[in-house]
Ligand binder design. Structure first.
Ligand code: 5RP
Length: 220
């Protein structure tokens, strides 16, 4: 699978133009993209990063990490996904970086999503849907999601039982047993619950291009 991820990431480099500031997502597929970006780092102005993890890798390669407030809108955002449907709508947030990922996707003209073939699905929801919540609202949000969607919320914890804490200082609920037939409506419904910071459904603003890693890569 890692070879498919690498092939998708390498293909995405073709979308990087001279002088660009590139929006960069999070995860193992994006790590390959960052490594490939390092080879052409003299051609880009820098990157806007969606996580501390990606920022560290970018800086390690000598790529400048810039503040989105200073850069303004971006031409290109490259990120992975946990699931992708035939309409390029996504589930993201397996790496708990969903909120910053959604911010950068919204700020970008073109969102290129890089995945391995296992991420393609007909209907979203096989992968538990991540929801970033304000810690004090965890139970409230879980009850409302259970009542409103029938999905089973599970609090994301580390092996030692401690909460997984996002880069924004919040917690994550993973919603199991969903079959998401109307992703845009579900995104709106979950976003409207007080205490929800962000839901990892990228349906209203999905990907513009999806690259599925392989020999050759498939561009959708
Ligand atoms: C992180 C994400 C990632 O894009 C998603 O989890 C895919 O990760 P990987 O490339 O490691 O399979 O949304 O929050």
């Amino acid at each position: 699978m890692s070879e498919s991820k690498r092939l998708a990431a390498e293909k995405a480099i073709e979308y990087v133009e001279n002088g660009m500031i590139v929006g960069v997502g999070t995860g193992s597929t994006v790590a390959y993209f960052i490594d490939a970006l390092a080879r052409i780092k003299d051609r880009v102005k820098g990157a806007v990063s969606s996580s501390e993890q990606s920022s560290e890798r970018l800086r390690g390669h000598g790529i400048e990490v810039l503040d989105l407030n200073a850069t303004g809108p971006l031409s290109l955002y490259v990120d992975g996904a946990d699931e992708c449907d035939p309409h390029k709508r996504l589930i993201k947030g397996g790496g708990a970086a969903l909120t910053r990922e959604k911010i950068i996707a919204e700020a970008s003209e073109k969102f290129v999503c890089i995945i391995d073939p296992s991420k393609r699905v007909d209907v979203l929801g096989g992968f538990p849907l991540p929801v970033e919540v304000i810690p004090m609202a965890r139970s409230l949000v879980a009850r409302e999601i259970l009542a409103g969607t029938g999905g089973q919320p599970v609090w994301r914890q580390n092996a030692d039982g401690a909460a997984v804490v996002t880069d924004n200082g919040n917690w994550v609920l993973d919603i199991h047993n969903l079959s998401i037939t109307d992703p845009v409506a579900l995104e709106q419904t979950i976003n409207a619950i007080p205490g929800v910071v962000c839901v990892g459904l990228f349906a209203r603003r999905g990907a513009d291009v999806v690259i599925v890693g392989g020999e050759p890569p498939l561009v959708l």
